[in-house]
Design a protein. Sequence first.
Length: 92
Amino acid sequence: MRTETISYLKQNAATLDVEEPLVITQKGKPTYVIESYTAHERREQAIALLKLLNLGEKSREEGRSMSADAFLEKVRARHASRRGETMALPRK
């Protein structure tokens, strides 16, 4: 990561290249990190995915999970009941 001063940021904000994150220092200490919007979005999506994976793992450890076949049967049964059918839909 490249490091620049806050003075540099003020002077070059309009033409700043943020292909990689940029650490901004103030009085010699890291104060801010500037990154492109695309990099920010990718990081946010990665964090959200990690949270979902963590929740899934916790559910599995607590026994709150089911096989893919059981899930599909449950979805088919729910779909059939909404349509007023009494038998499960055929599998593909």
